[in-house]
Design a protein around this ligand. Sequence first.
Ligand code: SAM
Length: 268
Amino acid sequence: MISVVRPAIYTTNTSRCSVHPYDSEADEERFFVVRNGRRYNSTSELYPLPADEEEWDRLADLHKIHKICLGGLYQASTAVDNLLADEEGEEKSILDCGTFEFYDVNQPLDHYYGKFDVVHARSCFLGITNYLHFVDQMAQCLKPGGILLIVESPLQLTVPQSLVENTIQGNGSDIRAIDNLRGLMEWHPQLEIEESFVINIPVGSWAMAETQYLGEASEFIGGLMQENVVRLAQALRIVLLQAGHHPQWVDEWLRSIIQGESLVTRRL
Ligand SMILES: C[S@@+](CC[C@H](N)C(=O)[O-])C[C@H]1O[C@@H](n2cnc3c(N)ncnc32)[C@H](O)[C@@H]1O
């Protein structure tokens, strides 16, 4: 039997954490806030993206894109399948970090140490204050011989790219850390790298040598990804305005993304 765990709702009013199950009606007010017509998770000041139907649609498309580009739901699939194979008397467990934000994964995950065969994190970097600490916490959640799977893609949204990145980094997200994800894994004494690779995802319809691995799917992925990046940029518009960037500049930046002038490829 395999169980999948997502960091649950924890209250830390004592030195130990306690868990309670999510109740969609009662917890709506407690965990969400509506700002500028979008719904946000109110438990994090840091994570800049909304938590509403519109964003979930974007994430569902991104999931499709990741699946095609990775050639499956996750990387290192043989190692993962072997680890999760049935073993008499053993329950297999997966921890999926950064799917909901009811527990802030910037906090210690000590209640989960040593309990998981597979720990997975995908596209969480915008809400992480210290990625090295995050990697360490996830590594500690593994059972001996367990596997940690991380997928992140840098923003690379603009020319000049640094303006948006600097704004998000300035708000406290450790977004530059993922430029050297391999280095972070290599640093950790408990981790041994099984596989580490970069995949280029086309944004827009023009063909590039780096995205030829997709064959005929390249155009489809490029279109879907372009749409996705526009929706991401629309969600980030408010972040740039709040950081004090001039509305005219922000709208010009958004226009250039919508018209595909600033897009190249995204790396996974
Ligand atoms: C771009 S979404 C990706 C969702 C999912 N992992 C996927 O790949 O489809 C990023 C998710 O990470 C979560 N997240 C970001 N920072 C977090 C934090 N510090 N603690 C818990 N969740 C976090 C957000 O709530 C959001 O659901």
